[in-house]
Design a protein around this ligand. Sequence first.
Ligand code: NAP
Ligand code: ZN
Length: 368
Amino acid sequence: MSGVATPVAEPQAPKSAAYKAKAYAAQSATSGLAPFSVPRRDLRPDDVQVQIQYCGVCHSDLHQVRNEWQSTLPTIYPIVPGHEIIGRVTKTGNSVTRFKEGDTVGVGCMVSSCGVCVNCRAGEEQFCVNFPTLTYNAEDKILGGVTYGGYSGSIVVREAFVLRVSDKLDLAGAAPLLCAGITTYSPLRHWNVGKGQKVGIVGLGGLGHMGVKFAKAFGAHVVLFSTSPKKIADAKRLGVDEVIISTNADEMLKHAGSFDFILDTASAEHDLNAYLPLLKLDGTMTLVGAPEKPAPVAAFNLLFGRHRLAGSAIGGIRETQEMLDFCAEHGITSDIELIKIQDINQAYERLLKSDVKYRFVIDMASLQ
Ligand code: NAP
Ligand code: ZN
């Protein structure tokens, strides 16, 4: 029951659905989400069936429901979003060794990958050279059609992509760790953020507030860049040392040349050139936010100070387990607002207005 399985090549299996699970789907970019049902497969030997209890609402769900990433990741309708999944194991295939019925588990943004490429072998399945199978809006190589995500009552996932979740954690608050958590933990670890460093987090949303919690837990001096003055008091409560209102150019310039690292989680168009000069010599700014439109970068903002502009996408399975264990040890969960699935369309509108502290999580019991 311990350790993380090394992914192996994806087994071939018959294209047959075993059962239908209740879900919420969008039929088009403008339809909103409504009741639907999705096929789930019969368990193969290495499969785990999970009854979904909670699913976080990521801004990536909204981008894809509205087909905002059409040039890179076009949406296939109907789409059932959801990749911050917490649930209980209801059944296991006969070769599954790490999970048993009743265990609390998580499923994040991927449900499979080739398992044999150089990146999969390095535990970086998110960068599978054959592209990982995303939890939703991806080709379902087993059932055919597309994969359907966690706005659903049940899901079947390969054991190697199922995570252990400690029952010590509040389970609704733990759901966002499966995407918002790992997406911020991974770059902060990769760029060795820690004591004695001044670290900026751009945007206090689902990802941003997790970035703040991890950067503080790693011992950094944390500065929040926010467009929302109303979030200042709350940011301090979350442990932020300083808040900069990013629309105030004078306030921004006072910090020129002072940051070791900046993690940019903003979901909408913004000027990267306002942040790059704030980096120290050899400082790095890493994008995790994925706005719809590309952003121009002035070369001089990189040349001067040998600044680096980088990107990062979620994290591998091994690191996701490490992050979940770190959260269990340090009592870290997301600050959430629990909603019923019937309120999902209103929640999307509020998410666009930054009107959530700081992650909506769907109580899947409401799907019944
Ligand atoms: P979110 O909860 O909506 O938070 C986004 C935050 O961005 C807002 O709270 C707001 O913070 C800030 N923001 C919004 N509009 C802005 C603007 N025009 N200029 C500057 N800041 C702005 O979204 P999320 O779920 O955290 O996701 C954030 C982004 O990361 C999305 O694009 C999402 O698709 C992407 N994402 C990427 C990965 C990955 O693997 N790289 C994984 C998950 C999500 P303030 O109010 O504080 O300004
Ligand atoms: Zn996400």
